[in-house]
Design a binder for this molecule. Structure first.
Ligand SMILES: *Cc1c(COP(=O)(O)O)cnc(C)c1O
Length: 432
């Protein structure tokens, strides 16, 4: 500042000039709520979305933008929207497609939070859902209605690690003229890229393997650029009907096929509903992303070792990991997961006279290094009891459809020395 200024002015302005590059090698945390316009004309053009640039961090932020671009590239997509949580990513991608009065066909094996969203909250807003067993291809086909606007499934479901035949479900979705949305949280783009198998939109809970350290919530919607919305524009009024928000043109005209859908998610839905990702969390998720391949490779190796140990243990019944010879999804995993299966899976305690819950409780409470945590994809090994935790308010029918019993224990194998993970499981299972 050139002219003399007071203390209060100095504490607000000194030492920082917007727009000057600092040449930091790491992505800076642009922890700013809003951005300076150089003129009113510039502000007017940006507000009218005629000029690109930052306005306010609910809509866009430079740290978020780095995360978006990096994940879009890793998934082979055209554009991405980073949001405050995986739950927000799932909700916004679905709302953007369903519009008014739409219907989604969804796998019954979904994450509990997604089941609640679809089965409860979306219904409150007049939207419709049909759940189908994800391996029942006739079920997917028969569930289609005139107002169906999306298919939704996880590439690898949790807790029991069913691997989706993505290509077959994508084909049925496309026959119905709707996109397939894949929640790729558990697999990550390092193990499986849904685009290579015909999917159209990917969502992530970046809270899990992308961040990878159990510290920050975040989510991402990636448009893979494969679905031809323009083939039936009357199905997608949010993209094709001109709107005063975009200057009496449609999003499709204003942003083109590569950015129209993501602009619908970010500028309209995040803007109106508010689940913006904090720049600090975006920074932490970027840090995690920088070592994704290394971490996931180690997770995969450790998980295989732990699954083999559990499979051989007399107190353990079924181990739901694709590396186990009798696993029903072993063949699908060979096609879709050439680098190995994710480290999130479940096992059942062997059948016994005793109540399954009581035994699961004794084993879980005896664990030491392995902690009881409602999360997955942390660098640390964690377990959960789905029937009492993540899936606690599901009906018995929903639990059965998801393959969960009182004796099911979910494990997310971390990056510790495998011998220590196994030693902890061994001493706890000795009490089963
Ligand atoms: C955790 C999770 C979500 C929800 O993500 P949050 O970041 O916790 O909001 C969605 N889908 C899957 C598969 C998850 O594991």
């Amino acid at each position: 500042m050139t002219q003399a200024q007071g203390f209060a002015t100095t504490q607000l302005h000194e030492g920082y000039t917007p727009g000057v590059p600092q040449f930091t090698v790491a992505t800076p945390v642009y922890q700013s709520s809003a951005y300076v316009f150089s003129s009113l004309t510039e502000a007017r053009e940006k507000f009218a979305l005629r000029e690109k640039g930052y306005i306010y961090s609910r809509n866009n932020n430079p740290t978020q933008a780095v995360l978006e671009q990096r994940l879009a590239a890793l998934e082979g997509g055209v554009a991405a929207a980073a949001v405050s949580s995986g739950q927000a990513a799932v909700a916004l991608a679905t709302l953007a497609l369903l519009g008014r009065g739409g219907h989604v066909v969804a796998a019954s094996q979904l994450y509990g939070g997604t089941v609640d969203l679809f089965d409860d909250t979306l219904r409150d807003f007049g939207l419709e859902v049909t759940f189908v067993d994800q391996d029942d291809f006739d079920g997917w086909r028969e569930a289609v209605r005139p107002n169906t606007r999306a298919f939704f499934a996880e590439s690898v479901a949790n807790p029991i690690a069913q691997v989706l035949d993505v290509a077959s479900v994508a084909e049925i979705a496309h026959e119905a003229g709707v996109p397939l949305v894949i929640d790729n949280t558990v697999a990550t783009p390092y193990l499986l890229r849904p685009r290579e198998h015909g999917a159209d939109i990917v969502v992530h809970s970046a809270t899990k393997f992308i961040g990878g350290h159990g510290s920050s919530l975040g989510g991402v919607v990636v448009d893979l650029g494969t679905f031809d919305f323009a083939a039936e524009p009357e199905r997608w009024p949010a993209l094709f009907v001109p709107h005063r928000r975009y200057g009496e043109v449609s999003l499709w005209e204003a942003f083109g096929p590569e950015r129209a859908f993501i602009t619908l998610v970010k500028s309209k839905l995040v803007g109106d509903l508010g689940p913006a990702l904090s720049p600090f969390n975006a920074f932490q998720l970027i840090q995690g992303l920088e070592t994704l391949d290394l971490r996931v490779s180690r997770h995969v190796e450790n998980a295989k070792t732990v699954a083999a140990f559990l499979h051989d243990h007399p107190a353990v019944g079924v181990v739901f990991h694709p590396s186990i010879p009798t696993n029903p999804w072993k063949g699908v995993a060979r096609t879709y997961l050439p680098r190995g299966a994710p480290s999130v899976f479940a096992f059942e305690l062997a059948p016994s006279e005793e109540d399954a819950f009581a035994r699961a409780e004794r084993v879980i409470d005896a664990l030491g290094t392995i902690r009881l945590v409602a999360n997955i994809g942390d660098a640390r090994t964690i377990v959960a009891h789905p029937a009492s935790m993540t899936h606690n308010h599901m009906s018995p029918e929903q639990l059965a459809a998801a393959g969960i019993s009182q004796g099911t224990i979910r494990i997310s194998v971390g990056l510790e020395d495998p011998a220590d993970i196994i030693a902890d499981l061994a001493q706890a299972l000795a009490l089963a």
